[in-house]
Design a protein around this ligand. Structure first.
Ligand code: SF4
Ligand code: SF4
Length: 129
């Protein structure tokens, strides 16, 4: 079984709306700020809000990520969190998170045994370290 057997993005954009906020790492900030031709400080001020001590991408009034406009407008440099979705660590901690995520993501297949889901998530995470 390959990761693409259990998830295929349908490009609906639902994961770019609401759903707990998108954290950006220092590496993400550097890449996105460079792509937007701005600097670190201005990027945080113009495109993020702080969640505790961590910057999170701001949202538009309609609830979508500030970079969503029918497509992801920063696709080549989108944050690690977006690149990894839905193959994220929290699924390895509790496989039920896969089913919970499926309720907001139509691309996720839920008719798969837990061991296959775990195997695919581990495979994808090892590629994206
Ligand atoms: S919610 Fe799922 S299917 Fe829709 S765009 Fe996001 S990853 Fe793709
Ligand atoms: S950065 Fe792109 S992929 Fe990530 S939440 Fe925003 S619009 Fe969606």
């Amino acid at each position: 079984m390959k990761p693409s057997d259990i998830f295929k993005c349908e490009k609906c954009g639902d994961c770019c709306k609401g759903y707990g906020g998108t954290f950006v790492t220092e590496k993400d900030i550097k890449a996105i700020a460079g792509y937007l031709k701005t600097d670190h400080k201005s990027f945080i001020k113009d495109y993020c809000y702080m969640s505790g001590s961590r910057p999170v991408l701001a949202q538009q009034k309609n609830g979508y990520c500030i970079f969503w406009d029918k497509i992801c407008t920063i696709h080549p440099v989108k944050p690690k969190m977006c690149k990894q979705w839905p193959f994220i660590k929290s699924v390895l901690i509790d496989v039920n998170n896969w089913q919970i995520m499926a309720s907001v993501c139509p691309g996720i297949r839920i008719d798969m045994p837990d061991d296959i889901i775990g195997e695919c998530v581990r495979k994808e995470l090892s590629k994206n370290q």
